[in-house]
Design a protein around this ligand. Structure first.
Ligand code: MN3
Length: 195
């Protein structure tokens, strides 16, 4: 069974009032994410991976096109869910407690998450993950992701240029602060923490 582009969890223009335009979504979801799905299907066709799950392909793949495309399908699906038209604000409950415990405060989390995204040289991702002794922030290059390192992701932010160049041009820090203040989907992170 072929891999499919998962539906976007909101309309193309739903994030526009919060800084991510419909044009960005049309390219980032409609072209980039779709291209990873299309390439992944070409790569697995006629191979042992044809009937595997996406996670199985990611875990089995060596560095190269199969890993890059399968991981990017997963990363983008997770990224769309990490943002919400009702995003931003503050976490609550157990997630808020763990944020405060790991980073001192919500502002402490934002500062460290922004630093991870800003200092990821070139293309990559910033992540909130569930570590062995509490929440942690990590960054990965290109298509790499926590799953490949045995880590559980709670949230991600794409810092490839295609994520921000239409709306924020070269100003990655502005894209990051907007993500943290206006887009971040705390309900998604809380659901991942509880799962
Ligand atoms: Mn991307």
């Amino acid at each position: 069974m072929a891999f499919e582009l998962p539906p976007l969890p909101y309309a193309n223009d739903a994030l526009a009032p919060r800084g991510i335009s419909a044009e960005t979504i049309e390219y980032h979801y409609g072209k980039h994410h779709q291209a990873y799905v299309t390439m992944l299907n070409k790569l697995v066709e006629g191979t042992d991976h044809e009937n595997a799950t996406l996670e199985e392909v990611i875990l089995a793949a060596d560095a190269g096109p199969l890993f890059n495309n399968s991981a990017q399908v997963w990363n983008h699906t997770f990224y769309w869910k990490s943002m919400s038209p009702n995003g931003g604000g503050a976490p609550t409950g157990e997630l808020a407690d763990q944020i405060n415990s790991a980073f001192g405060s919500l502002d402490g989390f934002k500062e460290k998450f922004a630093e991870a995204g800003t200092t990821q040289f070139g293309s990559g991702w910033a992540w909130l993950i569930q570590g062995d002794s509490g929440l942690e922030i990590t960054k990965t290059a290109n298509a790499d992701l926590p799953l490949k390192h045995g880590q559980k992701a709670l949230l991600t932010m794409d810092v490839w240029e295609h994520a921000y160049y239409i709306d924020f041009r070269n100003a990655r820090p502005n894209y990051i602060s907007n993500f943290l203040d206006n887009l971040i989907n705390w309900d998604f992170a809380a659901a991942n923490l509880a799962s």
